[in-house]
Design a protein around this ligand. Structure first.
Ligand code: HXC
Length: 516
């Protein structure tokens, strides 16, 4: 072949590879309302930035007639490109090639980009759409999955890993996304489960639909497996791009600062009137977040799961932070199993990647009851405690109202190396609420009195004035200052500036033993 012919040949092979499993299967993908793997990558990456690897790689299976079913690049498109000018490594399973099923070859392609991402310190983004292990390959496929799992674990805490599921994800295949930092699913299109509805029926006799068993809505609200139920494939991709804007490339970098026009000293007069007079009335903690962060812009994670705690990213004075906040609108902002696990994992993520954490506290305590105790609220509640205590990132805390009992200790208190701890003037910091405390301390005296109700009300008032306020904690230095709610933004921005060069370490060890 002369040079022209060689170039023509290369072009032809590239065109063939781009068709994956063929035009008919691409059409089928579109008919389902789905994009192809290449379309997803195009949408994710900056225009023209995609560089592909292993476009000509083929599987080596010769069983079950597989020698006649070869597609250039096999079932996954891999490579690198940029998102907002920053490098990311990406792989997208191609459902048009044997249902995106995972072959030995496909695993090798995925492992190659993961290895490069680790060496070069850039995020890995996996776009899943796969029928799981390639049945014709058997053990080779299982080995391939395991190689990916091993890399997921090695990459954890080194480079951000994000998974988005666009179609099926079943069997052991679910564990690769589960090992990554964020999992995004698409409503009505993607599902994740260990075994499908038919196997469930035969084993447990339960009748359940695919959507009920492993759909985006379920995993984003009940199991907590998914961080966001995207309304479409395009929405999922947009979410990934936004998420990346808050993250550093790797654990050795700081997250990207974006200068803001929003004045640092912008006061929010509305916050002075946010807390209701009745301590048992709820208010929306999201108001505190929205009114204080840059441009009122808050990127929430896991919004539908354990809504009694809020987590997400925002910026203060341009600096990305992770926000953790009790939400009085749901279960009075109580800590329970799900909210503890949700916040603990988030704090650990932020700590891995040098993202400061701002914590807003209004928590009446841990949720009592058999359901919580049987479910292990002790073990699971310990996770959030562990996460805050081991975190060495800057930690700024604002107690807006209640901080009771163990929940006070847990929520980034001074005692867990909270760096700057503020309270609003109406904060109640105590072992328990005034009502409960006076009942325990003065129950007998009340029964002996002429008017037990009035007696207890008096004692309650006394307790409230003496103990359940921010001044006792401030006298001890556990609260650095009592601040006017309207000035919260300025105080947080300044605190973060102060902590910009913070250095803190944990003792040398192989790793700690978080109560899993
Ligand atoms: C090989 C597969 C495949 C697989 C699908 N295909 N899954 N080929 N191995 N695992 C092929 C189909 O033969 C078909 O090929 C094409 O992909 C599209 O599949 P359809 O069935 O036509 O599509 P659809 O109706 O949308 O159904 C998708 C599906 C179904 C729900 C994923 O294909 C399915 O149930 N597949 C098997 C899923 C499974 O049991 N996987 C193993 C899980 S266990 P043609 O040529 O017709 O286009 C596992 C263990 C992992 O993954 C362990 C890790 C540790």
């Amino acid at each position: 072949m002369n040079t022209n012919e060689q170039l023509e040949h290369l072009k032809k092979l590239r065109e063939e590879a781009k068709l994956g499993g063929g035009q008919a299967r691409i059409d089928r993908q579109h008919a389902k309302g789905s994009m192809t793997a290449r379309e997803r990558i195009d949408l994710l990456l900056d225009n023209g930035s995609f560089e592909e690897f292993d476009m000509f790689k083929l599987h080596r299976c010769t069983d079950f007639g597989m020698e006649n079913q070869k597609f250039l690049g096999d079932g996954v498109v891999t490579g690198h490109g940029t998102v907002d000018g920053r490098i990311v490594y990406v792989y997208a399973q191609d459902f048009t090639v044997l249902g995106g099923s995972l072959s030995e070859t496909m695993a090798e392609k995925i492992c190659k980009v993961m290895d490069l991402a680790m060496k070069n310190g850039a995020p890995v983004i996996g776009l899943g759409d796969s029928g799981g292990a390639r049945i014709q390959e058997g053990i080779e496929s299982l080995a391939g999955f395991s190689e990916i799992f091993q890399r997921n674990v090695m990459a954890s805490g080194v480079v951000p890993q994000i998974s988005a599921i666009f179609g099926p994800c079943a069997g052991g295949a679910v564990y690769s996304p589960a090992l990554t930092d964020f999992v995004i699913m698409v409503q009505d299109q993607s599902y994740m489960f260990l075994t499908g509805p038919k196997v469930v029926k035969s084993v447990t006799h339960e009748d359940v639909t695919t959507e009920e068993l492993g759909g985006a809505a379920m995993h984003s609200s009940k199991s907590g497996v998914s961080d966001y139920p995207a309304t479409s494939g395009a929405d999922a991709i947009e979410y990934i791009r936004r998420l990346l804007s808050f993250l550093p490339q790797n654990n050795l970098e700081n997250p990207p600062v974006i200068p803001t026009e929003d004045p640092i000293v912008r006061s929010s007069a509305g916050l002075n009137a946010l807390i209701p007079d009745n301590p048992n009335s709820a208010y929306d903690m999201k108001e505190v977040i929205l009114q204080t962060v840059d441009n009122n812009d808050f990127f929430e994670i896991k919004a539908n799961f354990a809504p009694n705690i809020i987590i997400g990213f925002a910026r203060y004075g341009g600096v990305p932070v992770g926000i953790v906040a009790n939400q009085p609108l749901h279960l009075s902002g109580v800590l329970d199993i799900d909210s503890s696990v949700k916040a603990a994992r988030f704090v650990r993520f932020c700590d891995c990647f040098n993202i400061p954490v701002v914590t807003f506290v209004d928590v009446p305590g841990f949720l009592p009851g058999t359901a919580q105790e049987y479910g292990g609220v002790i073990r699971n509640g310990a996770k959030i405690l562990y996460a805050y205590a081991e975190a060495t990132i800057p930690k700024v805390t604002v107690i807006t109202r209640k901080a009771y009992g163990g929940a006070y200790c847990v929520m980034s208190s001074k005692h867990l190396r909270g760096d700057i701890n503020y309270a609003w003037p109406g904060a109640e910091i105590a072992v328990m609420g005034a009502k409960g405390a006076s009942g325990v301390l003065h129950g007998k005296d009340a029964r002996d009195s002429d008017d037990p109700k009035a007696f207890l009300a008096e004692k309650e008032k006394e307790y409230q004035g003496k103990v359940a306020n921010p001044y006792v904690a401030a006298q001890r230095g556990y609260i650095d200052d009592i601040i006017e709610p309207a000035n919260t933004r300025a105080r947080i921005v300044r605190a973060l500036g102060l902590l910009d060069n913070k250095r803190d370490t944990n003792p040398m060890k192989k790793h700690g033993n978080i109560p899993l």
